[in-house]
Ligand binder design. Structure first.
Ligand code: SF4
Length: 278
């Protein structure tokens, strides 16, 4: 079925969700920061959380980006199997990125990896990074998740010995400890376990889209241990090193145990739009 989705609508929707993601944090993230601020007994940590919450409010009230690092732009696109489009979707999203960079405005962050030449509009080889998933129906959902370099740079991946299942938690804790204050804690940790080298990395990143209000027992256990590290908000000490941990798993080769930890700072930005039918 062809639904009433035009190139123009996708370009405009891309600009809209980028503006929303860059200027307003999702409610679950704000609620988690508020709860942490109430819970913190360390005065420096409390002050840091207060400053972060004030920063979020100023950005929202003035419709300006929450952070100077407006990130590299990662898109998750769910396309219905019954949907047929008469335009190039990737091209439309890329056009939306170019226009959003100019109008919001966003810091141009995309450079060639070797020459370091900046494209000036947040696009380039492989950017924006668009990940596609086929789903049932005739709808189209586009989610954007801008990712700052400060937290992305501290992420880590390892191919553990398959007998080392007990080392999984240690790898996560060591990754957070090595990162210290660099990724602007409090963090959200996306963990991918299993699959292949690249699958584990991909799972760890998509896990960051999960609601902060939903964690299972294993995730809560890791969160508790991460918060016992005492790194605290902005690395200045306290009991709030992370707000949430989300683990995603995939079956893997019997001789492999890949694990990836994608570190996300408190500015866990994302926004979506769904087109359904006409
Ligand atoms: S790590 Fe996050 S909060 Fe810190 S500078 Fe980067 S985007 Fe901003």
């Amino acid at each position: 079925m062809t639904v009433n989705i035009t190139r123009k609508k996708v370009v405009e929707a891309t600009i809209d969700i980028l503006k929303k993601a860059e200027t307003k944090l999702p409610d679950d993230v704000i609620n988690a920061l508020n709860r942490a601020e109430v819970r913190e007994s360390n005065p420096v940590a409390k002050a840091q959380l207060k400053a972060i919450l004030q920063n979020i409010k100023i950005a929202k009230d003035n419709s300006v980006p929450i952070c100077q690092d407006t990130g590299v732009l990662i898109f998750y696109v769910e396309i219905g199997c019954d949907l047929s489009l008469d335009f190039n979707l990737e091209d439309a999203i890329t056009e939306g990125v170019r226009r959003a960079t100019e109008t919001i405005p966003l810091r141009p962050n995309a450079v060639h990896p070797l020459t370091r030449k900046n494209s000036g509009d947040n696009t380039g080889i492989g950017l924006p990074d668009i990940k596609y998933e086929l789903v049932e129906g005739d709808g189209l959902t586009i989610t954007v998740a801008p990712k700052g370099a400060g937290s992305e740079n501290m992420s880590a991946i390892a191919m553990l010995n398959p007998t080392e299942v007990v080392s999984i938690k240690n790898f996560i804790l060591e990754t957070v400890l090595d990162a210290g204050g660099m990724p602007c804690p409090p963090l959200i940790l996306g963990v991918g376990i299993g699959g292949t080298f690249d699958k584990a990395a991909s799972l760890s990143k998509s896990a960051l889209l999960s609601s902060l209000d939903e964690m299972n027992e294993f995730e809560r256990e890791i969160l508790h241990e991460v918060n016992c590290l005492g790194i605290g908000p902005m690395g200045l000490g306290g009991s709030t090193t992370a707000l949430a941990v989300h683990v995603r798993t995939a079956h893997c080769h019997t001789a492999s145990l890949p694990i990836a930890v994608n570190i996300q700072c408190w500015a866990n930005r994302h926004a979506s739009i769904t087109f359904r039918g006409d």
